[in-house]
Write a protein that binds this ligand. Sequence first.
Ligand SMILES: C[S@@+](CC[C@H](N)C(=O)[O-])C[C@H]1O[C@@H](n2cnc3c(N)ncnc32)[C@H](O)[C@@H]1O
Length: 507
Amino acid sequence: MVELEKEKIYRSYYTKSSPIVSYMVQKLSIESGVRVFEPCAGDGVFIDALNSKIPNLSIDIFELNPEAVSLLKEKYKSHSNITEREEDTLTNEELFLFSKAGGVYDRIIANPPYGGWQDHDRRKILKKFYPGLYVKETYTLFLYRCIQLLRDKGILVFIIPDTFLNLHMHTTLREYLLTNTKVKEITLFPSSFFPGVNFGYSNLSIITLERCFNKNECLRNDFKVITGFKNVEELTNIEKGLRKNLQLFIFSQKNTYENLDHALFITENPRVTHLINNVGKRIGDIAACVTGFYSGSDKNYLRPISPKIRNAKKYKVVNKDLISKDYIWWKNILNGIKSPKCFIPIVKGGGVKYFKPDNWHMDWSIKAVKNYKRDKKARFQNSEYYFKYGIGVPMVSSNQISASIIENKLFDQSIVGIFSYDKKWTSYLLALFNSPTCNELIRTINPTANNPANYIKKIPFVLPRNKELKIIDTLVAGIIHSIKQEGTYDKQKEGVLNDLIKKIYKL
Ligand SMILES: C[S@@+](CC[C@H](N)C(=O)[O-])C[C@H]1O[C@@H](n2cnc3c(N)ncnc32)[C@H](O)[C@@H]1O
């Protein structure tokens, strides 16, 4: 197998961090005589730590990579208490029997593979074995499987991305977790704490849980979530950290179970959670939230207005004589423009608030549009919203979510276009999506840096009073006017808008 393929399948990121290993082993609360499972052992970093604490534990090791298994066999050949097997933890038959029997292990510890690639045949098999679970990303399957392998009161400690706590695709797993285990503690920290890893999209978490066969008992449980870590060493002295920078949240498992999609909403402000769970209307009720267009080959079709525009270097600059000024009046605009002046403005990503200048243009000739509709790589999606009046929210925002107006333009796939069914909300939505209030809501609903349409739809929509709406409309028009006419951004008006939104949302 070539190295790249191996990397994709095994995801062999070994836990070369003694603070992480020692925190995880401590949370596992091992006792002499317990039966332990390591479902994806790598080079055995957890086994070594466990063995050095209590030498007579009975430990079963599974590992898929034959090379790693040979090394493990060699390493533990004199340890009769350890058995190493070359097995696929997710499909192994014997493990299914163990789960049916109500679990056999007292302790399970793992750093399962994440972000690995599953080909289509394997996905089919996994779908069959794990109905209702999301099989493209296997770390959650490892978690589910290992919970089922625990005896009642057995303890599990896993280090995994934190996406299972909020993302829609993991709703079924959350429901299972909250009703079949008592979560003890979740620590959340940046992925860069793990040597050799730094995925921008989410944090890492270490979850400690206890298997519990009684659903009501599970729901009566409270659990700790600890955040605010500045360095990995803090994992080994949480008590001390809590007196300094660490933040401790206590959640009721029942309340978490009753949250929208059973998601964990981590916020210091209980009103945020209350609003997310109980609001009458959401953005998805008052507006269409849709992803935009992709040409399939931006190099061929997309043109910046100048080579100085950010990220414009690899593109040809647009010929200004070929920019269409009247494209919105063309009757069949969704079939392209039958004129040499066939370049039209497109709103792209990037965290610019309220108004983006027409820095980018797309070839909208009849020929190009035919290609967009034919090319498999292109995305001629949600075209009923092209050239409409709405707002655009970039799909990725690292700090503050932002929005800019889409004035009858094309918008690309890095943007979620929000088109309110009643146009009277457009300026209000613009102010809302540029406000810290909205940022707090979306980051509580989805703490990753992404804002896909399905999460935007869940943001609460609170009706402003008519008087407030009028003031907001005037302020937003003022901000856009000064950007367009004077090239200046009116910070003062922005501040007033942010205060108003906060007041309307009562947060
Ligand atoms: C992220 S590494 C962790 C290794 C070790 N537990 C550690 O923390 O250093 C994941 C390991 O899982 C193994 N693995 C991947 N898929 C597996 C599967 N389906 N069954 C068992 N092991 C698997 C890989 O070969 C790799 O050694």
